[in-house]
Design a protein around this ligand. Structure first.
Ligand SMILES: *[C@@H]1O[C@H](CO)[C@@H](O)[C@H](O)[C@H]1NC(C)=O
Length: 283
């Protein structure tokens, strides 16, 4: 009996206990955190301009900004400290390309890991057909790992620039009244950064997840099988190296192959899955 053919029953979600499926679900969750914390951000800072003529002072000037951080479009009104005149002041910098790149990668990674999980669960036979599924999966996983690294790095750099550009002490330098010694300018409060710091952390966490998953997708392609034909023992060496990795231990110690062929010389994961299936069938 081929356990793969009777999967779509009670044992279906056993796939999620395998490293590949489990990591895909984590990727999916972490991608949501990454784009939600970045794309949903809005922050505010507040400065005060205390003119020598008290009447024209404004001690609470709020400046709000949000994703995608086109700061050069963010403006506020500040007193000029000459009568009741005011000037419109703009912040400096446009960080939208990095922010939008990061969110775009996160959204596409979210969609891909969602679709991949569904395919692992419901279309395993199709996934394995002609080895096309694992092949595409491998290429896409490598590309996304690289994209997570690039976009997270770009976003981390942009975020540090945004922090600089929205620092109340820096913003005061843009207000002409603050250049006059007799007026006093101060910062009331700066923006909260916890949300955006979280998005950077999740960006790099996603990189680690996707890069780690390259190994498990690689196993599905069966390429290591071909390589070991040329240099026998090299695949064993590879396997040995990876079992020392932390994620190969603990909950991942099933060493992740659900190849029916069992071509890695290991007991097939499908036999476990099938076992669970027949168990649920008995019930
Ligand atoms: C101070 O500036 C804020 C805008 O941040 C404005 O709403 C408020 O009316 C100003 N106050 C005075 C006294 O001009």
């Amino acid at each position: 009996m081929d356990p793969a053919n009777q999967l779509p029953s009670g044992g279906t979600f056993q796939v999620l206990k395998l490293p590949l499926g489990f990591i895909r679900v984590l990727e999916w969750l972490f991608a949501i955190f990454a784009f939600a914390t970045c794309g949903g951000y809005s922050g505010q800072l507040r400065v005060s301009v205390d003119c020598m003529e008290k009447a024209s002072s404004n001690l609470s000037i709020g400046i709000a900004f949000a994703y995608p951080f086109r700061l050069q479009q963010v403006s506020f009104e500040a007193p000029v400290c000459e009568g009741m005149r005011r000037e419109r002041v703009f912040l400096i910098g446009d960080y939208s390309s990095s922010a939008e790149f990061f969110v775009t990668i996160a959204v596409f990674a979210f969609l891909y890991s969602l679709v991949a999980t569904i395919i692992y669960i419901f279309f395993q036979n199709k996934y394995r057909e002609n080895n096309r599924g694992p092949l595409i999966d491998f290429v896409v996983t490598v590309v996304f790992s690289f994209m997570w690294l690039v976009s997270s790095s770009a976003w981390a750099k942009a975020l540090s620039d945004v922090k600089m550009a929205t620092d109340p002490d820096e913003v005061q330098l843009l207000i002409s009244a603050c250049k006059v010694q007799t007026n006093k300018c101060g910062s009331v409060h700066g923006p909260r950064w916890s949300g955006l710091n979280t998005s950077v952390v999740f960006g790099f966490l996603n990189f680690v997840l996707w890069a780690g998953n390259i190994w498990f997708v690689f196993k599905e392609t069966g390429w290591h099988k071909g390589a070991s034909r040329f240099a026998s023992g090299s695949s064993e060496k590879q396997g040995g190296t990876f079992t020392q990795q932390p994620y190969s231990q603990g909950s991942f110690d099933q060493s992740g192959s659900y190849n029916t062929q069992g071509n890695f010389g290991q007991p097939s994961e499908y036999s476990q899955v099938g076992g669970a299936t027949s168990y649920s069938n008995q019930m």
